[in-house]
Design a protein around this ligand. Structure first.
Ligand SMILES: O=c1ccn([C@@H]2O[C@H](COP(=O)(O)OP(=O)(O)O[C@H]3O[C@H](CS(=O)(=O)O)[C@@H](O)[C@H](O)[C@H]3O)[C@@H](O)[C@H]2O)c(=O)[nH]1
Length: 407
């Protein structure tokens, strides 16, 4: 299939583009390189030495004989250019990763909040509007987040996008009719950051375009990725994927593994009682390919999958890493506003039914990620590790509590 990968220079977009190309699809990447500019703004860099898009793509052709086109387009700003690209490339599938994806970055300051809303919501709406304007029959696959649901069980396993409810019937005067009416609604959203809020807003844009324009849309509610390599990024060192470890962009498990590798006490926020959904990066690319192969039949309803394979409590992950690596951990004051402790159960039935065999957490795989971090440890800037974006200005920032000494 002809596939455009929007945001194909990023942490998820790059390995997904390579995987789809390896499967024989005709892949083009669209990206405005904003993630690289944000590194410059923050004075950070990927732990792994990622190459320029041009070097990456030349290495891909050398390694596999396949080609991937690159188009530098800002989806939030360059609407006409994107419409023209759609007419020229005539994709059958568009995969939309092109959003600012870090919760802490989105909460840094009023300008970061405004940038995240403007960028993400405009990009998503421009993509939808451009698909309608192009008059192509495109399947849009979007990378959403488990964070749209909020984190908590609400007494049930979180379903895949929709909640079936029974509403007590009332007549026009408000008198109970005694009937129970079946309704299906989007699961009530409860975002924990401005970033997560943009994915909630995206959901409503998708619902509208599916209903109004009969667009075929799949929204993938993804958990926290861990790992950095996929089969394809390991074919040549120039294909290496990003590895973020800084306080804004580093996600929890990869941060802990990097911290263990460089001898920095693991930064557990609060009591570490937060339970989150996780997925290994290799499974992420498989899920994207499965979603591409299984489009919704047609209009009216967005197809929503929970793209996660397991849930873990942050404290348990930290303790496991201490056990296998000899690292120590610290309870640091939580810079975020989130429940100190939560349970989380979520359904991921759709991907399992479509054949996904989950790569779950194992000490071997954890050690492999830590090994990658150790290999590039000389590139680490330890001053960038603490998370400094506060959810509200008056949050207390106290001294961390050391829990265990390094072995
Ligand atoms: O050093 C750290 C970093 C994080 N945490 C805690 O770990 C949890 C997860 O934080 P995270 O930074 O790994 O994940 P999050 O901010 O939720 O965002 C990441 O994971 C989301 C999926 S989910 O969390 O919403 O399921 C994606 O949408 C985002 O793009 C991705 O950056 C939070 O409770 C956080 O307080 C720590 O205890 N210590």
């Amino acid at each position: 299939m002809r596939i455009l990968v929007l945001g194909g220079d990023g942490f998820c977009g790059w390995p997904a583009a390579l995987h789809l190309s390896q499967l024989g699809h005709d892949v083009g990447i669209v990206d405005n390189l904003s993630r690289r500019r944000i590194d410059e703004e923050l004075g950070t860099d990927s732990l792994t030495p990622i190459r320029t898009p041009q070097e990456r793509l030349a290495a891909w052709t050398e390694a596999t004989g396949r080609t991937i086109d690159f188009h530098e387009v800002d989806l939030a700003e360059d609407y006409e250019e994107f419409v023209a690209l759609l007419s020229q490339a005539r994709p059958e599938v568009v995969i939309h990763f092109a959003e600012q994806r870090a919760a802490p970055y989105s909460m840094k300051s009023p300008s970061h909040k405004r940038y995240t809303i403007d960028n993400n919501v405009n990009a998503t709406h421009n993509v939808l509007s451009a698909i309608v304007e192009s008059d192509l029959d495109v399947h849009l696959v979007h990378l959403g987040t488990m964070g749209v649901y909020g984190y908590g069980t609400a007494g049930m396993r979180i379903p895949e996008g929709y909640l079936d409810v029974k509403v007590p019937g009332e007549d026009a005067d408000g008198n109970a009719t005694g009937e129970l009416i079946d309704q299906t609604m989007l699961y009530p959203s409860n975002p924990g950051s401005i970033y997560h809020m943009t994915k909630v807003l995206d959901q409503h844009l998708f619902a509208f375009y599916a209903k109004n324009d009969k667009l075929r849309i799949t929204d993938l509610h993804q958990g926290i990725i861990w790992g950095t390599h996929t089969e394809e990024t390991q074919l040549d060192e120039r294909l290496i994927n990003r590895f973020d470890y800084d306080g804004d962009y580093g996600t929890v498990l990869n941060r802990f593994l990097m911290q263990a590798a460089v001898g920095y006490p693991l930064t557990v926020h609060g009591t570490g009682g937060q339970t989150r959904a996780f997925i290994h990066i290799q499974d992420m690319v498989r899920c994207i390919a499965i979603a591409v192969d299984n489009p919704p039949a047609g209009g009216d309803k967005v197809k929503i999958f929970n793209q996660m394979t397991e849930t873990h409590r942050v404290r348990d992950l930290a303790e496991l890493i201490c056990e296998i690596s000899g690292a120590s951990l610290e309870l640091v004051p939580n810079p975020r506003q989130e429940s100190a402790e939560n349970d989380l159960y979520a359904s991921n039935r759709t991907f399992l039914d479509l054949g996904l065999e989950p790569t779950t957490l194992s000490s071997g795989l954890l050690q492999e990620v830590e090994e990658t971090a150790r290999r590039y440890a000389d590139r680490a800037d330890l001053t960038k590790i603490p998370a400094t974006s506060l959810w509200t200005e008056n949050q207390a920032v106290g001294a961390p509590t050391r829990i265990a000494e390094s072995a």
